[in-house]
Write a protein that binds this ligand. Structure first.
Ligand SMILES: [Zn+2]
Length: 303
């Protein structure tokens, strides 16, 4: 799950543009995974500073941490792997900007910093924050770090390569790459289960509706699941569907007014609505715990 808002910057941390591809007054905040509120531990003092003692840098991203990192660190390998997948599978143009990853050593320090710096943000387990100054991912070491980084770093890469990223697409792609590439066909059981519940309630998917949403605070769990499903549908069904997505991403690299992806899909794939409906059934049956509701023998054929 992730959230996203976009509005003119009101933060003292947002300075006039220094990154050449980032327009002034642009502030993007993408957050992941609702958890408990900000907490401190009695007897401890946490700094409101970001981790800056050590950096591990490539020409594409910089990791900031409080302890040294090495090339064989799982964190570094995860980031390199995600970048390879995002750039390669989506055929993105070269990055215009670095992505900075601030890796806190513990959750309390992360929450202390985020609460002190971004006072209006709801507490979340990880954030991507894009300002006119830098593209920054904030996370902390722990059992969910790899999953959180795959999601937030994907946001960072998209914004480093593209002029604009519509909210549904931003979250759909981040949810897609959040699923480890080691998982079968990048199936997300929570999203498939959400789609199963939605289907049982008479849900009607609507890319038209998703493309109207611009405030991440209005995105529901079901919206995240549907955004993920649209990306999965475009990436895993036919070359024509996949090309609609790839062409749209190329347009996003060239203009901030790209129009709607749905218009392109309608023009290219007349059967898109029925195809998506059928594909969501495959996504649902692919998830553990949902197959028993469907007819035995309907083995999914997801690529
Ligand atoms: Zn997100």
């Amino acid at each position: 799950m992730a959230m996203h808002i976009q509005h003119p910057c009101q933060s003292p941390y947002c300075q006039p543009a220094t990154a050449r591809s980032l327009p002034r007054l642009l502030l993007l905040l993408l957050a992941c995974l609702l958890t408990n509120g900000c907490r401190t531990t009695r007897g401890h003092t946490f700094s409101s500073e970001r981790p800056e003692k050590h950096t591990w840098a490539t020409e594409h991203f910089v990791v900031h941490s409080d302890h040294p990192l090495h090339s064989d660190d799982p964190l570094i390998r995860e980031l390199q792997d995600v970048r390879s997948q995002v750039i390669g599978l989506l055929e993105l143009p070269p990055q215009n900007d670095l992505v900075h990853v601030y890796m806190f050593s513990d959750e309390a320090s992360y929450r202390w910093y985020m609460q002190a710096t971004w006072r209006d943000l709801p507490p979340r387990r990880a954030y991507f924050v894009g300002t006119t100054r830098e593209l920054a991912v904030y996370s902390f070491e722990g059992q969910h770090a790899a999953e959180d980084l795959r999601h937030e770093f994907s946001h960072g890469l998209l914004h480093a390569c593209l002029q604009t990223v519509p909210l549904w697409l931003d979250e759909g792609l981040a949810e897609y790459f959040e699923v480890s590439s080691a998982a079968d066909n990048r199936i997300s059981p929570p999203h498939s289960q959400e789609l199963a519940a939605a289907r049982a309630e008479g849900w009607n998917p609507s890319l038209f509706r998703l493309e109207q949403i611009t405030d991440f605070r209005t995105l529901s769990q079901r919206d995240y699941a549907e955004s993920w499903a649209w990306i999965h549908f475009l990436m895993h069904t036919t070359p024509a569907n996949r090309q609609v997505l790839l062409d749209y991403l190329q347009t996003l690299a060239q203009t901030r007014t790209p129009g709607k992806l749905l218009n392109r899909l309608e023009a290219t794939v007349p059967s898109w609505a029925l195809d998506f409906d059928n594909y969501t059934e495959q996504l649902i049956v692919s998830a553990p715990g949902t197959a028993s509701d469907l007819t035995a023998g309907q083995a999914p054929e997801i690529n």
